[in-house]
Design a protein around this ligand. Structure first.
Ligand code: UFG
Length: 332
């Protein structure tokens, strides 16, 4: 039986496809290629020696999704597909709510029709909002999100808790990602943002390669060790391995369970800049700027629940993340 990855040619989806195939799982990908390229399937094959089945499909297309469930024997779904740009979600709330909620509901309806009961969902640390202090435990209050993107993650979490309650045979794992960065060490897959990057690492690597003039560091007056924002950066390959562990967990448990996927370590923006310079022997041109609206000072995980129950923990360090991100930027 195969595991269906919606959004499987995206940044996290493609790395997860690789790790699942490495773990001898059959992978089927559905992706509309709105934010990725079909050639990613070739790269996954190059890395693993095995080509996942691929169908170009917007998963809000229920008939198309149904056809995939008829074509393949789907054991479970890892649902990555969704719009993910925080700033864009503020400008286009209707599109974000429509797309992210619709795609999740379509997946759930088609899964139900085919009695498919294992689901892993890409949630985000953003659901913790500004409610409590780092390190965030899974039991920390959620909601109070600062943008529509975050609200879609929060709302889908609520939908999934309801679905698990209504059908006691469902196995649902909600993974709250912290800040995934880096790229596969082969340099063949990585993050490819559309237009001007919003996130730190793609902006930084594009600055060093000369596409951007300088990196703006948003705020140096936060109550952190050097005044810049602190985040829990996690290597995307570690994050991908977390999905393999989560699927295994879903095979053995029913109900809905939430896990943080982070390292538990907070690094500041300046820490990242310094690590990047040291790891790669380059200089990062940056300027301090005012705080970015909606940002919090510090956000890092307590990853102990994933360690205990998923038997997973992040293994790669900040230098690995910086080195792999730079290799990818030079290749892509
Ligand atoms: N930053 C800069 N300059 C930039 C970009 C970012 O200084 O050009 C700073 C931010 O202010 C922040 C840190 O770098 O302090 C990380 O910012 P990112 O935009 O890379 O990431 P965020 O923590 O804002 O957001 C990420 C994901 C969201 C997710 C959130 C969960 O992009 O999808 O983590 O906490 F919701």
């Amino acid at each position: 039986m195969a595991i269906l990855l919606t959004g499987g040619t995206g940044f996290i989806g493609s790395h997860t496809a690789v790790e699942l195939i490495n773990a001898k799982q059959d992978v089927v990908i559905a992706d509309d290629l709105s934010n990725s390229k079909a050639e990613i399937v070739d790269k996954i094959e190059q890395i693993t020696g095995k080509r996942p089945a691929f169908r170009q499909l917007d998963v809000t297309d229920k008939a198309g999704l149904d056809a995939m469930f008829n074509e393949f024997q789907i054991e479970g779904v890892i649902h990555f597909a969704g719009f993910k740009a925080v700033g864009e979600s503020v400008a286009k709330p209707i599109e974000y709510y429509r797309n992210n909620l619709d795609s999740m509901l379509s997946v759930l309806e088609v899964m139900r029709a085919h009695q498919c009961r294992k689901l892993i969902f890409s949630s985000s640390a953003t659901v913790y909002g500004a409610n409590s202090e780092s390190p965030f435990k899974e039991t920390a209050p959620t909601g109070n999100c600062t943008n529509p993107y975050g609200w879609t993650k929060y709302m889908i979490e609520q939908i999934l808790f309801g679905v698990a309650q209504a059908d006691p045979d469902m196995s649902i794992v909600l993974l709250r990602y912290f800040n995934p960065i880096g790229a596969h060490e082969s340099g063949l897959i990585g993050e490819r943002p559309n237009g001007i990057p919003n996130n730190l690492l793609p902006y930084l690597t594009q600055t060093v390669i000369g596409i951007r003039d300088h990196l703006s560091v948003f705020g140096n007056d936060y109550p952190t060790h050097d005044g810049t924002g602190v985040r829990d950066f996690i290597h995307v390959v570690d994050l991908a391995k977390g999905h393999v562990a989560a699927f295994d967990y879903a095979r053995k448990h029913t109900g809905a369970e939430v896990f943080n996927l982070g390292t538990g370590i907070g690094y500041s923006v300046l820490d990242v800049i310094k690590a990047f310079e040291q790891a790669n022997g380059v200089k990062v041109k940056y300027q301090f700027c005012p705080r970015r609206p909606g940002d919090i000072a510090t956000c890092y995980s307590d990853p102990s629940k994933a360690k205990e129950l998923l038997h997973w923990q992040a293994e790669k360090n900040l230098v690995d993340m910086c080195r792999d991100a730079w290799r990818w930027q030079q290749n892509c």
